[in-house]
Design a protein around this ligand. Sequence first.
Ligand SMILES: Nc1ncnc2c1ncn2[C@@H]1O[C@H](COP(=O)(O)OP(=O)(O)OP(=O)(O)O)[C@@H](O)[C@H]1O
Ligand SMILES: [Mg+2]
Length: 313
Amino acid sequence: MKDPIIQTFSLTKAFKDVIAVKNLNLKVSRGIYGLLGLNGAGKTTTIKMMVGSLFPTQGSIEIFGQNIHRNAKMDIHKRIGYVPEHPTYFLSMTAEKLLTYIGSVFQMSIQEIKRRITELLRLVELTDAKSRIIAKYSAGMKQRIGIAQALMNDPELLILDEITSNLDPIGRNQMIELLKDLKKQGKTIFISTHVLPEIQKMNADSIAIIDHGHLIMEGTVDKLNEELKTKEIVISPNHKLLREALFSVVSNIKEEEDTLVVNTDKLDEVWQLIAKVALQNNILIKEFRSTFLNIEQIFMKALNSKQIEGIEK
Ligand SMILES: Nc1ncnc2c1ncn2[C@@H]1O[C@H](COP(=O)(O)OP(=O)(O)OP(=O)(O)O)[C@@H](O)[C@H]1O
Ligand SMILES: [Mg+2]
């Protein structure tokens, strides 16, 4: 498969005076890619442009190396599965009818359609509900039929907008496992979310953080950690003198039983200070370790530093 799978070039979308997406340059390679942003950041608008349901005001998108707005051919759409944020399927259809219809759109044979329906309904655990009309499904069941319809044509690329929002905790974990399996099969999964621990659990290969339609950061978790330089430092014991000394370097200290936890880019400074205070006061340091930030911490840090710099709108 050609890499990058998706690339956006100065992608911009304005709705009258609201600029929903501004000069977005994303590069999506094989694997799981998380598009992260708060409510209103521009995730759905970006996705709608990717699947061709919205036209960019400026800029362009290539998927599998082809400009999707200029050459939006069936052969490209055949290779993409899409689950919208608020699916509006043919609600009067049963799951079985909907999947049969989708199979026929993709010109699959009757036998292939039947085989695939059995397989997919089992995968999303809707076999027992296959003859009920979708309008009567719960929100989570609708989301599950959404993923089944997106997988019907065995696409190479899945574009999922907030796929887990209506799922119960078991459903969420099943979805995460399913997406990890699909990745193992070589598929690329582009997923938008603001539920950051889920992206962490999926072991996303890359993430992009957007805010007010602007790209703030894009890359692998390791690369973003390097860019931010911030580390989480864990110090034990939680001693009054160590705590007081730390306040001269960092303002935010979390206390967890016998440990002190700080997020800072001043690793050397913190270590020198802790070593000095410990030596002077005969405090035995039980633990001093630094770890990279998780995705949620990266996200918060990236948004906060951008707010300090100010975003040009
Ligand atoms: N059809 C539209 N007309 C006018 N403004 C719109 C339209 N669609 C989106 N917007 C605006 O564009 C911005 C981005 O919206 P978008 O739906 O892309 O955000 P999002 O990141 O998907 O948010 P959420 O997490 O809430 O789903 C918002 O300010 C929104 O109000
Ligand atoms: Mg959205």
